[in-house]
Design a protein around this ligand. Structure first.
Ligand SMILES: C[S@@+](CC[C@H](N)C(=O)[O-])C[C@H]1O[C@@H](n2cnc3c(N)ncnc32)[C@H](O)[C@@H]1O
Length: 233
């Protein structure tokens, strides 16, 4: 097994799994995403080849296509003894980890998957918000904020009583709030947004569904919608 698809957690290196930390420290090649914290990158060997494949689709910076990333993984997977593909949070939560695994397998390369601590649950938890809580919420839905059109998952989630955790939703937050309200959620529903959770840049903003569209927020952020977002444990 020489390619390892590794979750880097939300930022703080103490939230890496033991397996992830060991692999990062021993890898010959690390192919790393933009959101992976500098303190995690610093755990790499001084002589490791670190390739940044960050995608910057909205801020105008350099973008590496998924095809290029897959090709790099295959190229290095054939040559190096230990290749770590390092992705923020968990590689299988909105991380395109499944696509990379399939591309590597199709090329005949074995892959180990090392799950990571996902921002979807860890970032709210660090802010004192349990995504489920007895008496307030018995289910949780995690949704990507990219697709907010008619009939999107937001309207469905709006009809439920689940806590809603939104990733990649800052840009479309006004449309997301509108869809959740169309589904039946009250404008008074508490919302907590956490930017850059577990990093030096962490910022927490409490608002409501009615105010979300007008609330100043910056990506990356996790937004939690539901009664639990009003807790501060
Ligand atoms: C492409 S998704 C990857 C999610 C990742 N695989 C995970 O499990 O956390 C990127 C989005 O995750 C969220 N995110 C990741 N790390 C974060 C952090 N430290 N603080 C806040 N949001 C974060 C943001 O919504 C960001 O736009």
């Amino acid at each position: 097994m020489n390619v390892h698809l590794v979750g880097a957690g939300p930022g703080d290196p103490s939230l890496l799994t033991v397996r992830a930390a060991a692999l990062i420290a021993s890898a010959d090649v690390i192919i790393v995403d933009r959101l992976v914290d500098h303190r995690v990158r610093a755990l790499a060997r001084a002589d490791a080849l670190v390739i940044d494949v960050g995608k910057h689709p909205r801020d105008g910076g350099p973008t590496t296509t998924q095809e290029t990333i897959n090709a790099l993984l295959i190229e290095h997977g054939r040559r190096a003894d230990c290749v770590v593909r390092l992705k923020g949070g968990d590689p299988f939560v909105f991380g395109r980890g499944g696509e990379e695994l399939l591309a590597l397998r199709a090329a005949g390369i074995d892959v180990e998957v090392v799950p990571g601590v996902s921002s979807a649950f860890a970032v709210p938890a660090l802010a004192g918000v349990p995504v489920t809580h007895r008496g307030l919420s018995t289910s949780v839905t995690v949704i990507s904020g990219h697709d907010v059109g008619d009939g999107s998952d937001f309207e469905l989630a709006g009809r439920s009583r689940a806590t809603i955790v939104i990733l990649m939703g800052v840009e479309h937050r006004a449309d997301i709030a509108a869809a959740l309200k169309r589904g039946g959620r009250s404008p008074a529903t508490p919302v907590l947004a956490i930017e850059w959770g577990s990093t030096e840049r962490e910022r927490r903003v409490k608002t409501t569904l009615g105010e979300l569209g007008a609330t100043l927020l910056h990506a990356p952020a996790v937004m939690v919608v539901g009664e639990v977002a009003g807790l501060d444990l």
